[in-house]
Design a protein around this ligand. Structure first.
Ligand code: ADP
Ligand code: TYD
Length: 210
């Protein structure tokens, strides 16, 4: 994180259904068991205003918004999330764990439409200007992840509804992104049982926090 701060900012990234929320929850619990003050949050959302914007983004027809409009909406939600939740808590010395952050915009809006990645990066630098300290990219087979994601029947499937080809492109996008930010990104094999994955993630995090 490039702004002055005392706590740590950790993000989970990956394709839909890869197990991010599960792992974010398990990491929060194991850090709390280690007597750490932890805030678990998510994107799009994580603050009252950003949760309102979330509904616009994750529900409805895949063609509801153009990529440009989506980028602006995700950044509007992220700015509110940053101001109201992430910054104050990290600044107060807490560990903030977010289920998705700007890397999702880089990959979902930037890679699937490759020519928009520079715009996503420019806007991020202008509006947010901060990167996480540590990012876990949960990697797994796109077909299995999509099946898991759709089985939840959450009603928030606007991006899952773009189909398997889109999820395959996204998987590669996240793997490429890890190479762009090698210092903070850890690619984690998500095709194992949740407890085994969580042990790896906790070990990396405790090592980092030390
Ligand atoms: P994401 O947040 O990446 O969309 P979730 O954590 O919500 O993924 O997991 C998607 C579905 O897969 C949920 O039903 C969850 O219980 C299940 N799941 C999560 N991790 C695993 C795992 N390691 N093995 C099998 N199923 C899992
Ligand atoms: P999420 O609830 O994390 O979905 P899932 O549990 O299926 O992984 O995120 C909602 C959707 O929003 C997801 O399909 C990814 C998409 N998204 C973007 O396209 N760009 C972004 O910047 C973010 C944060 C999410």
């Amino acid at each position: 994180m490039t702004s002055p701060q005392k706590g740590a900012f950790i993000t989970f990234e990956g394709i839909d259904g890869s197990g991010k929320s599960t792992q974010a929850r398990l990491l929060a619990k194991s850090l709390q068991d280690n007597s750490q003050d932890v805030i678990l949050t998510r994107e799009p959302g994580g603050s009252i205003g950003a949760e309102e914007i979330r509904g616009l983004l994750v529900e409805g027809d895949p063609d509801r918004w153009s990529a440009h409009t989506e980028i602006l909406l995700f950044n509007a939600a992220r700015r509110d999330h940053w101001e109201k939740t992430i910054f104050p808590n990290v600044n107060a010395g807490k560990t903030v764990i977010s289920d998705r952050f700007a890397d999702s915009t880089r990959v979902y809006q930037g890679v699937a439409r490759a020519e928009l990645r520079p715009l996503v990066d420019q806007l991020h630098d202008l509006i947010i200007g901060v990167e996480p300290d540590l990012t876990f990219i949960i990697d797994m087979d796109s077909h299995t992840a999509l099946t898991r994601g759709l089985a939840r029947q959450s009603g928030e499937d606007r991006f899952e509804d773009l189909g398997l080809g889109f999820q395959i492109e996204l998987r590669q996008g996240f793997l490429d992104l890890a190479k762009d930010f090698p210092d903070r990104c850890h690619v984690i094999d998500g095709a194992r049982d949740a407890e085994t994955i969580a042990k790896d993630i906790t070990a990396i995090t405790l090592d980092f926090l030390r």
